[in-house]
Ligand binder design. Structure first.
Ligand SMILES: [Zn+2]
Length: 250
């Protein structure tokens, strides 16, 4: 479906010096990554209290590693970036986008080619030893997991964990600070595929807004900040962003 991209939006993007994108589950859903929340989301099938809670993970990591082996790893192994991910990478390459701040943990922005990515909730693509901090790729962690369950560090036999923020953990203050810095610096914030309900999702666009940035929301559904937005385009990132790029070129 073709969306109407307002001419004013294209002009505003061209005029902006520092555009930042803020992405959520919607852009990854378009890449075939199931969302966590909402109907049919992963948390309907997998109780987050067992699979994603830090206290439970420390007590018994087998649920998480089972989830990693059966769901997370095969999903990411087979998923490629969506048209939306690719479009944001293209905007960065073309000088129209500085940074992506994302709530997603699948690393697909980097796979698409984005180089400046702030991952608020960490990444499943890095697994590290809780004892010696040795890092492993997903592939390596998967092979360790095939040898021993739950997997252990091949250097020190310490326990492994993914570099994601579990429920019950705070966001990394350095990561959070750079997200707020980017939001404070930008003169345009593009919200893409986030319904802006999960903390700090709703707050980061507001920081940008308070500093005078133009707020653009591209999402399939209404969001919690539509009333604050300068431009709202209801649609899929993979449809809307390529059209924006096309218009920027014309
Ligand atoms: Zn170790």
């Amino acid at each position: 479906m073709m969306n109407e991209i307002p001419e004013k939006l294209i002009t505003a993007i061209k005029k902006s010096r520092y555009v930042v994108a803020f992405t959520g589950a919607g852009i990854s859903a378009e890449a075939g990554i199931p969302t966590y929340r909402g109907e049919g989301g992963l948390w309907d099938k997998y109780d987050p209290n067992l699979y994603a809670n830090i206290d439970y993970f420390l007590q018994d990591p087998s649920y998480y590693w089972n989830f990693f082996r059966e769901v997370r790893y095969p999903l990411l192994k087979n998923a490629g970036p969506s048209q939306g991910h690719l479009a944001l990478a293209e905007m960065e390459a073309g000088g129209n986008l500085k940074t992506v701040i994302t709530q997603n943990i699948d690393g697909l922005h980097q796979v698409a080619g984005s180089s400046s990515v702030v991952e608020l909730h960490g990444t499943t693509r890095i697994i590290f030893c809780m004892n010696c901090s040795q890092e492993y790729t997903m592939d390596k962690a998967f092979s360790l997991l095939m040898e021993e369950f739950p997997p252990r560090c091949s250097k020190c036999r310490g326990r492994l964990r993914p570099a994601v923020i579990f429920f019950g953990e705070s966001l990394d203050p350095h990561v959070l600070r750079s997200a707020y810095e980017e939001a404070g610096k930008c003169d345009m914030l593009l919200v893409v595929g986030s319904s802006l309900v999960v903390y700090p999702a709703a707050e980061i666009p507001l920081v940008a807004r308070q500093k005078g940035a133009t707020l653009v929301i591209i999402n399939k559904e209404k969001t919690g900040l539509d009333h604050e937005a300068d431009f709202i385009i209801q649609g899929k990132a993979g449809d809307v962003l390529p059209q924006i790029i096309q218009s920027l070129r014309e």
